[in-house]
Write a new protein. Structure first.
Length: 95
């Protein structure tokens, strides 16, 4: 779990307590992680990112990557970050 800017972010393998919550897609541009400061903060916590097409997700999972979610406790929902072309933001703990 990462808390950045008052928001909570998790990798999908850590969703145990939030798995029953509604899942939403948040449409972003590919530069969002850098421009928002999210990438820099997450890298301080040892997480690296990639964009993956849904059909490639399983091969990335075997390499330790998981979908990145933003947890919205007020609305009991979780958001994943998606590009216009359908790519999903995934992350991997590097340390």
């Amino acid at each position: 779990m990462i808390e950045i800017f008052g928001l909570t972010y998790l990798l999908s393998k850590d969703l145990k307590d939030y798995s029953a919550w509604d899942e939403e897609d948040e449409r972003v541009v590919s530069s969002w992680p850098e421009k928002s400061g999210f990438k820099e903060e997450a890298e301080k916590h040892g997480i690296a990112f990639l964009w993956s097409f849904p059909e490639q997700l399983e091969s990335y999972r075997s390499a330790g990557y998981e979908i990145v979610y933003e947890i919205d406790k007020a609305n009991c929902s979780r958001k994943r970050f998606v590009l216009k072309d359908g790519s999903i933001l995934i992350g991997k703990k590097t340390r």
